[in-house]
Design a protein. Structure first.
Length: 505
C-alpha cells in the first residue's frame, strides 16, 4: 500500500516543498504555501498511451538512443490548419507531436477560434457549408467506450475536441453556426483526465483540443480543481500521450487578472508553443501572438475579426486603423507601427482644449501614457508650445495599440498639429524615436516600414536622418529626413483654413 506524505504546494507557481515557509523560494510570493497530503510516488509511471515507463536507475529505456543522423524529419512536416492567420503565427502550421497552449481572457473567442481550426483540419480540402440542418450528420458525440467508425474522410485529418466547460450540445450548436460540422471531427465532454485519455485511445486523433486544461482533473489527487498541482499533473499526462502517439495537442488556458497564464509557471515550460489571444471584448478585432515557439519565430501576429457566423482571419489589416475623413484636419498623423513582422499604418489623433482650472489633463488611449506625456513635455520645453495651459487628448484610431518608441514622432506631430491648427498631409507617414532633447533617433525595420507605406499608397515619409544612409525610396515615394523635432515639424505641417494660435514653431 502506498504511503502518504505531507507536502506544501505553492498556489502561485505549483512548486512543492517538504516544509512550510512564509515565502516560496521558487516564485518569491508570500503566504502561498498550502498543506497537501499526497501518496508517495512509485518507481514507475504510467504514460498516456497506457504503457509503464520505468524510472529506476537500471530499467531498460522505452526508446533506445540512436545516432542523430538515423532519425527522419518526415514526421515533422507541418500540418496546415486552413486558417491562414493561425498558420501564420505557427510558422506555417502545426508540427505533429507539438503541444500548444492558447491563453486568453474569458469571452475573448478562444473556443470559437479553436473550433474553427478543428473544423478546417477535419474538413481538409472539402468545401465548407455555411449552414447545417438540424439532422445533418457529422460532428459525433462519442463516449469513452465507443469504437471509431470505419468511414473517415480521407481529405481531412481526425480531430478530437474535448470540452470541459460546455456541454457537447452547446459546442455542436456553435459548430453548426460557423459551418464547422465535419465527418471526422469528434466531440466529447470530459472533466477527468483518465476519461480524456480513453477518448484519445478510442479515436486515435491526429489533433486533440482540450478546452480547457483547468477543467480537467485527476481524482486520485487530493487537491483543488484547477489548482497548480492538478494542472501540472494533468498536463504532464496529456503531453505523454501526445509525444508517444505523435499527436498534436492544443490546450486552452485561463489567464489571471494580470494577463498571465493561470496555473503553475511550469505549465508554460512543459508545452512547445504558448499563444496569447488578445482583444477588447466590446470590439470585433482579435490578435493572436506567439510568446514562445520551439518550432519557429515569435514575431508573427495573426489578425482576426469576430463576426455573426464566428471568426474570420484578416489577411490585410492595413485599413483597420485609419480614419475615413475626406479632408485633412489638424491633430492627425499616420505612423507605421510594427506588429510582429508586419508594418501597419496607424493613425494617431490629438485634441487640445484650454484648461478650466487646476493642472492640465492628459488622456491617452492606445499609446504608452508615459511616452505620450514625455512628448508633450518635449514640445513645450524645446518648441515653446503651450501645453502647460492646455488639456491634451491623444488616441489611436480603431482601438489599435501602438506602444513602441518608433511612434514618438507621429505622436509629437499630431499634438503639434492640434495646438497650432496646421494640418499634416494624409499621404505622409512619420516614425522615429524622440529623445528628451528633441532629437529624432533611428528605429528598427525602417526599410520595411517604408516599403509597406509605399505599397499601401502613401506618397512620402518623414524618417530619422540617421536611418537614410542606406535607405532606398520606392518609385514615386518621397523620403524626407529629419534630425530633430523642429525639422520634422517644418516638413510635416502646412497651413490649414483655420488660423493657428500664436505659437512659436
Amino acid at each position: 500500500m502506498a504511503k502518504e506524505k505531507t507536502v506544501y504546494v505553492c498556489s502561485s507557481c505549483g512548486e512543492e516543498w517538504p516544509k512550510w515557509t512564509g515565502q516560496c523560494r521558487s516564485c518569491g510570493q508570500w503566504g502561498t504555501l498550502e498543506e497537501n497530503v499526497v501518496l508517495a510516488k512509485s518507481s514507475a509511471r504510467t504514460t498516456g498511451s497506457g504503457t509503464t515507463r520505468s524510472t529506476g536507475s537500471y530499467g531498460r529505456p522505452a526508446s533506445p538512443a540512436k545516432p542523430i543522423g538515423h532519425y527522419s524529419t518526415e514526421r515533422a512536416v507541418r500540418l496546415p490548419t486552413g486558417v491562414g492567420e493561425f498558420d501564420r503565427v505557427l510558422s506555417g502550421g502545426i508540427v505533429p507531436g507539438a503541444v500548444i497552449l492558447l491563453a486568453g481572457e474569458p469571452g475573448i473567442g478562444k473556443s470559437t477560434l479553436l473550433l474553427e481550426v478543428a473544423a478546417r483540419i477535419a474538413q481538409g480540402t472539402a468545401p465548407r457549408s455555411p449552414r447545417v440542418s438540424e439532422n445533418s450528420p457529422g460532428l459525433r458525440l462519442v463516449s469513452a467506450d465507443s469504437e471509431t467508425p470505419a468511414t473517415v474522410d480521407t481529405e481531412g485529418k481526425t480531430v478530437l475536441y474535448l470540452t470541459g466547460e460546455e456541454t457537447a450540445e452547446a459546442v455542436l450548436s456553435r459548430a453548426k453556426r460557423i459551418g464547422g460540422v465535419a465527418e471526422n471531427l469528434y466531440l466529447a465532454a470530459e472533466t477527468q483526465v483518465s476519461q480524456a485519455l480513453a477518448q484519445i485511445e478510442t479515436t486515435s486523433p491526429d489533433v486533440t483540443i482540450v478546452d480547457s486544461i483547468q477543467t480537467l482533473t485527476d481524482p486520485t489527487m487530493d487537491t483543488s480543481i484547477g489548482g497548480p498541482a492538478q494542472v501540472r499533473e494533468v498536463t504532464a499526462r496529456l503531453i505523454d500521450a501526445a509525444k508517444s502517439r505523435h499527436m498534436a495537442l492544443i490546450l486552452v488556458g485561463h489567464v489571471t487578472k494580470d494577463g498571465a497564464v493561470a496555473g503553475p509557471r511550469t505549465l508554460e515550460h512543459l508545452v512547445d508553443v504558448v499563444c496569447q489571444f488578445e482583444g477588447e471584448r466590446t470590439g470585433e478585432l482579435r490578435l493572436l501572438r506567439a510568446v514562445k515557439n520551439r518550432y519557429g519565430p515569435t514575431d508573427a501576429v495573426g489578425f482576426f475579426q469576430m463576426v455573426e457566423s464566428g471568426i474570420e482571419g484578416i489577411e490585410d489589416p492595413s485599413g483597420l486603423f485609419l480614419s475615413k475623413t475626406a479632408e485633412p484636419v489638424p491633430g492627425a498623423c499616420v505612423t507605421m507601427s510594427l506588429e510582429g513582422r508586419r508594418a501597419l499604418p496607424i493613425e494617431i489623433e490629438a485634441l487640445t482644449t484650454p484648461i478650466a482650472g487646476g493642472s492640465p489633463r492628459r488622456t491617452v488611449s492606445g499609446l504608452d501614457y508615459s511616452r505620450t506625456a514625455m512628448m508633450l513635455a518635449v514640445l513645450q520645453a524645446r518648441l515653446k508650445l503651450p501645453f502647460g495651459t492646455l488639456d491634451a487628448y491623444v488616441s489611436t484610431v480603431g482601438g489599435a495599440r501602438a506602444v513602441e518608441p518608433a511612434v514618438d514622432l507621429a505622436v509629437a506631430l499630431a499634438a503639434a498639429s492640434a495646438v497650432t491648427g496646421q494640418v499634416i498631409d494624409p499621404g505622409l507617414v512619420a516614425f522615429g524615436e524622440v529623445s528628451l532633447t528633441g532629437e529624432i533617433r533611428s528605429c528598427t525595420a525602417v526599410s520595411r516600414r517604408v516599403a509597406e507605406a509605399a505599397r499601401l499608397g502613401f506618397t512620402g515619409a518623414i524618417v530619422p536622418a540617421a536611418a537614410t544612409r542606406d535607405l532606398k525610396a520606392p518609385r514615386g515615394f518621397k523620403i524626407q529626413a529629419a534630425a530633430n523635432l523642429r525639422e520634422a515639424m517644418s516638413l510635416a505641417l502646412r497651413r490649414a483654413p483655420a488660423s493657428p494660435p500664436d505659437c512659436e514653431i
